[in-house]
Every structure is written in C-alpha cells, then in structure tokens.
Write a protein that binds this ligand. Structure first.
Ligand code: NAD
Length: 501
C-alpha cells in the first residue's frame, strides 16, 4: 500500500529522495499515529527543480505548447483524479483530519477546477485597439514563466490544484511545495501527473520546511512568480524577500471575517450558517465567519440557541460517519488555539462553551464561543484559525459596518437579513473580497477568490485566476511600411504622426 513507501519528490520527471538524506514523519491528527514518512527536501533539491522548470519553459518548448494540448492534459488529469476520488478523499482525511464528507467535497472541487481551467485554456484572451496612427495595435497574453507555488495544510489538495490548473492552462511551468504537515495527497496527485505524461520539468514537487524550501523558491532569480496561500505574517516576509528580484507575488492570506445577522433574518438559516461559518473544517478556514455580529434585539435568543447547537456538534475521527467536526491539524495549532482562549479570558471576554482540548488521543478541541467582547480585544482582532467564535453586538447598520470593517483583514463577510436593500448596503460597505447574502461559505471555481487589505494581493479562481499567470504584451504593426524620417530634416512627412500620441 502506498503509505508504506517513503514519499518522494518529483523533479524533472523523476521520483527522487532528497540529497539531505533526511526524512519527516507524517501524522494522522485524529490518532497522533505516524501514517507515512516522506523525504525532507533541501535547498539544493529546490534549485534542481527550478532549473528543470526553467529548462522546460525556455528550451524544451513548453512556453510555445499548444493550448489544446495543455487542455487535454488537464482533462486527462481530471479524469484520473475523478477515478481516484474515493482513495484520495480517505488519504486527505487521514492526513488532515477533516471529516470524510468534507474531503470528498474538496476532491470533487479539485476535479472541477481541472475541468474548468481545461476549458479556459483554449478560450480567446487577446484584444485589439483602435489607435490614432496607421497601425494595427493588439494585446496578447503570454505565460509568466516559471512559478513557485506554496500551499497551506488546511485544504492540502484543493489549494494545490487551484494553483496548478491555471498555471498549466496559461503555459507556465511549476515548482510546488505542500505544507510540511500535509504532503500526502499532493504526492499521490503527482503519481497521476506522472501517468498523464507531462514533459519533464513542467510540474515539479518539492517537500520540506517553509523557511528552507519555501524561501529558496521565493529567493530564486529563476522564478518569475510566487503564488502563496498561508498566514499573513508569512505572506509579509515572502513579499519582502521577493522584492529583491521584483518577483510577481500572489498572496492568499488570513482573515477575521464578520458574519452579520439582523433581527429580520430567517432565524433558523442564520443559526445554521453561523455554525457552518466557524466550525466547518474545525474553523481552520481562511474565510471562516470567526466574528458573529448580532443585532441587539435578537441577541439573547440567538446566542442561547447557537450555544445549544454548538454543544451538540459531534467531534471525532473524520473517518467515522457520525463525525461533524474533526481534530485540529497538530499539537502546535492546538496550543495556539488554547493560548487564544487564555488571552480571551484574560481580556475579560465570557466563555460560553468549549475552550478545552478534549480528553482523548488526537488534537480534538471543543467548539468554543466567546461573548462580551470589545473591538480592541486580541481575540476579536487576530486570526485564531480554530473552532473559536467571538460574538459582537450592534444596534444600527452603521455600527454593524464599523465593527465589521474594524480589523486589518478583508477576506470575506456575510449578511443575513430579509431586507434586500439593506443587504446590498451592507455588502457595498464591506471592505472584503468574498461576500455572501443569507448564506456562508459556498465558493465557486468560476468566481474570483481573494482579499482586500492585509488578506492578500491578487485573485485566484475564475478568469481572474488565469490572468495571474499571464503577462500582457502589446504588439504594434505598421499598416504603412515607410521610414519615419525623424532624423532627416528635409523629409518629415511622418514626424507629426509619431508625435501625435
Ligand atoms: P503558513 O503561513 O505557516 O504556511 C503556509 C505555507 O508556507 C507552508 O507550505 C509553509 O511551509 C510555507 N512557509 C512557511 N514559512 C515560509 C517562508 N518563510 N517562506 C516561504 N514559505 C514558507 O500557514 P499555515 O499555518 O500552513 O496555514 C494557515 C494560514 O493560511 C492561515 O492564516 C489561513 O488564513 C491562511 N489561508 C489562507 C487562504 C486564502 O485563500 N486566503 C486559504 C487557506 C489558508
């Protein structure tokens, strides 16, 4: 069985162990058992991967590959992944801990991403311009080149394919690095890539620590763009390092997203999505509705019902059918969440439920809700990235918006109300890139994903996601081939035209 093999890197079309000779143990967060061992990449491995991606792009012809051929490769990958959906979902649950039904949803989403970008590959993306001179002026889009992609652990495969699919559609070559904790589904996916038969060097997988392997990608002069999903602090340091080589960066970072419930909302729907907004994927979601803003007149009734329902959530091993919420990813993450609970208590917030590690093996944490918060509290301002909801109370629309926009983040936000005009006023006022009315969390591969403020730079998914992997080139073609005579005093017939810009 696959888990018995040592997980390798895929560099220049070959499965390789790291030169470092070191390995890393991979845990199942629900049992704390070691489920796999993978090779631990060094910066030299990354350099080899980058050189092969560079050669594939510059010399072996990938930059000029046919859009239809790339679309077919993506479609073949989609088919293989679809056939592998069940096993891949199980592996995602074993490695990440999320309930199997969520993993299955993720893998199907990844299949759809491959199909979506396969379709987009062959669609027109040029433009022409009407210019004043006797010229034909046009714009073409070309692949940006070699891209480094760095992936977090909360959606290990879907976040990777969200980056791989548009990069291949655009004609780029790729060196990708999963999070240290969750490399298994991406390794398995590279076995499918191997079967499909991409030219050597087009897609490379490197494993290892962010500070070593990730940094090498960001530093390299041979990489044209970095696409990163992860924490805001890591994003900040990546941007600084990337500045040395004026690399393009796409950053999908953290959030502290407001979910605003007005008194006239459908009560049951708002309760349901308040729970889903924060407790799906154990709250380890960048766009989680981690701040719940409730209108004063329904506050008591809403909070009481919410707490009762949160206490009812079945927390357990993601492989059990009855499980509704799985474990956190690691001991480190569990300690981080525990620390924030302590901070909340010290700040004077009221803990209404949860707040503790569960008394069993695995990194299980109780669904947790805080009230009596003030806007300046750290638990209100900072991303906890776990199943911890902080509640805020408001009286007016203006106050709701002020609270909603009152953090450094701007990733997502939602409003629940039956008043259509009010819903739109709130959404218009929200400084966030992903918003919902009367729902929370549904996302679509067709629509752009990304944040305002310190939640990121650029967009993934949809046509916007493809643009991020393309350069824009203007081409100006003279329709009247003759000298300009700019430097010939006696004959300046074309000069006025050239100046007339
Ligand atoms: P992280 O920033 O610690 O790590 C993310 C990735 O970056 C990992 O692969 C890691 O190895 C690598 N990395 C770490 N330090 C690096 C460095 N100095 N240089 C280069 N690479 C480095 O984040 P995480 O803990 O894996 O994920 C959680 C964070 O990701 C949360 O803040 C969450 O909000 C964010 N996230 C954002 C989105 C989004 O779309 N906006 C989606 C998922 C997760």
């Amino acid at each position: 069985m696959y888990l018995n093999d040592i997980g390798r890197m895929y560099i220049d079309g070959k499965w390789v162990m790291s030169e470092s000779g070191q390995t890393r143990k991979i845990l199942n967060p629900a049992t704390e058992e070691i489920i796999a061992t993978v090779t631990e990449g060094s910066k030299f491995d990354v350099q080899k991967a980058i050189v092969s991606a560079r050669r594939a792009f510059d010399k072996d012809g990938w930059a000029n590959s046919k859009a239809r051929d790339r679309a077919e490769l993506l479609l073949k990958l989609a088919d293989l992944l679809e056939q592998d959906c069940k096993e891949m979902s199980i592996l995602e649950t074993l490695n990440n801990g999320k309930p199997l039904r969520e993993a299955e949803y993720d893998i199907q989403d990844a299949v759809n991403q491959l199909k979506y970008y396969a379709g987009l590959t062959t669609k027109p993306h040029g433009q022409t311009y009407d210019v004043p001179d006797d010229m034909q002026s046009m714009v073409v889009r070309e692949p940006i080149g070699v891209v480094g992609q760095i992936i977090p652990w909360n959606y290990p495969l879907v976040m990777a394919i969200q980056k791989i699919a548009p990069a291949i559609a655009a004609g780029c070559t790729v060196v990708i690095k999963p999070a240290e904790q969750t490399p298994l589904t991406l390794i398995r996916f590279f076995h499918l890539i191997d079967q499909v038969g991409f030219p050597n060097g087009v897609l490379n997988l490197v494993l290892g620590e962010g500070k070593i392997v990730g940094t090498e990608l960001v530093k390299s002069e041979l990489i044209d763009k970095i696409a990163f999903t992860g924490g805001t602090e890591t994003g900040r340091s990546i941007m600084k390092v990337a500045a040395d080589t004026i690399k393009k960066v796409g950053l999908e970072l953290g959030g502290k997203s407001p979910n605003i419930v007005f008194a006239d909302a459908d009560f049951e729907t708002a309760i349901d999505y308040a729970l889903f907004g924060i407790f799906a994927n154990q709250g380890q979601v960048c766009s989680a509705g981690s701040r719940l803003l409730i209108e004063e007149s329904i506050y008591e009734r809403f909070v009481e019902e919410l707490v009762n329902r949160a206490k009812d959530i079945e927390v357990g091993n993601g492989m059990d059918e009855s499980t509704e919420m799985g474990p956190l990813i690691s001991q480190v993450q569990l300690d981080r969440v525990l620390n924030y609970v302590q901070i909340g208590l010290e700040e004077g917030a009221t803990l209404l439920c949860g707040g503790k590690r569960m008394n069993r093996k695995g990194f299980f944490f109780e669904p947790t809700i805080f009230t009596n918060t003030t806007p300046s509290m750290r638990i209100v301002q900072e991303e906890i990235f776990g199943p911890v909801l902080v509640i805020q109370k408001f009286k007016t629309e203006e106050e709701a918006l002020e609270l909603a926009n009152g953090t450094k983040y701007g990733l997502a936000g939602a409003v629940f109300t039956n008043d259509v005009a009010k819903a739109h006023r709130i959404i218009k006022g929200l400084r966030a890139g992903i918003t919902w009315i009367n729902t929370y969390h549904p996302t679509f591969n067709e629509a752009p994903w990304g944040g305002y403020k310190q939640s990121g730079i650029g967009r993934e998914l949809g046509t916007f996601g493809l643009e991020e992997y393309l350069e824009v080139k203007q081409i100006n073609i003279s329709l009247s081939v003759q000298p300009s005579n700019w430097f010939r005093k006696k004959n300046r017939t074309l000069q006025s035209k050239l100046v007339n810009k």
